[in-house]
Design a protein around this ligand. Sequence first.
Ligand code: ADP
Ligand code: MG
Length: 473
Amino acid sequence: MKREEPYHLWQAALGQLQMKVSRPIYETWLKDTAGVSCDDGVFVVSAPDVFVAEMLEHRMYELISETLQGMVPSDVDVRFQVARSPAYAEQQALVLEPTSAVATAVAERPEDDASSKNGSAPQPVAQPARLAPHASPLNPKYTFETFILGNSNQLAHAAALAVSERPAITYNPLFLYSGVGLGKTHLLHAIGHRLAAAGLTTIYATCEEFTNEYIKAIREAKTEDFRERYRSADALLLDDIQFLIGKEQTQEGFFHTFNSLHMAARQIIITSDRPVTSLTLLEDRVRSRLGGGLTVDIQHPDLETRQAILRVKADGTGSDFPLEVLAFLAERVHKNVRELEGCLTRVAAYAQMTGSEISIDLVKNALADTLNPSKTNRISEQLVLSTVSSYFSIDEESLKGRRRDKQTALARHVAMFLLREELNLSLAAVGRTMGGKDHTTVLHACTSITAKINVDAYLRRDVINIREALTKG
Ligand code: ADP
Ligand code: MG
């Protein structure tokens, strides 16, 4: 094939793809790609950054492959490559192998880490972060180098990397969400380290810190200073935005801070324990701002990733964990990465205290409460029911029953809404907890509360109060 042919071939493929996908999809993922080469049955497409490459690879591979097959005489395999991204290229293989990219990443990282520990190769030294005055420090352990890749976090990792390489160019804001303990804060700090190493001023704050600072500024009539400080940053890293829920005044402050940074083309990265659409108690304008850039989630780690994480982290404890013990843990502990780490630490401490070797029996003793299925979930469902019923002064039986007076129906809907939002229960599971309701009834209740919350300030207050009561436990 002649040198310019892949280029033209890909342009033609783009023409067809444009008709197959929606315009936003085309604009976001395909527009800036180019055909690079076609040798030995491998067609290489370049993408502007890692995130686009990963996205094409994972979400659009079939479609692209199909389109290309129709245009070339023999079978081709499509690969995606990042156009200019030396840092990422060093860290990962430049060419993402179709289908095996994730497995490769998982398989290789722990080895990399191990070899840099054992061998004489110098460990990468984390650059001291250049933080804006008063910003919270970044955890030096939370870097891209220590982040273990797997299916569950691949996209979030790629997005974080893309943002740290090209801040405020492509994905602004970047909104990262996941359940607790799955690596949001870790990635956020990793971005912070990279940006700081590139000489940019970053402000990292948990949403609680942001709130306290804002309230203090208002109290001391220093909101101008507050604004000035945030406005001077090249990047704002705000952790756990869900804490803005119910804090109208701080939302206002956040909204203005966000707008001025965004207008000045500064990078904003935000994490949350739930998707933007579920931040139902935030004002609409704040929510739409948050969702206006790129949103990525981190899923729970699969078995393979849990194994990889355990291998690397077990090394870090300095204790000797036999492989069978790690396999045992990977099978049984799946809540999140923090829990995996916690188990390793507890087992190591237990072994040291008892002066014994680490074995499966020892693990069973050390982690008796974690490994035995606890009743925490049931208790939490129960807690939602009892909290809602006491808040509305309705007994639990009526809450789960069929009485249809206005107050009871409202309380029932709120209970279903909270079971779903707070416990992430499926519609069917909520239905069961609520005394055998149909899943469409549950769906209706949740949609209705979501809609009402946005227009009814009293109901909003009610839900916030109940939520607070729930977290205080
Ligand atoms: P979150 O902010 O989502 O609640 P964190 O970022 O605090 O979670 O992660 C919890 C712990 O698990 C941290 O110690 C973090 O370093 C670790 N962790 C999470 N994901 C990974 C990963 N992919 N690789 C290595 N460590 C991880
Ligand atoms: Mg966190």
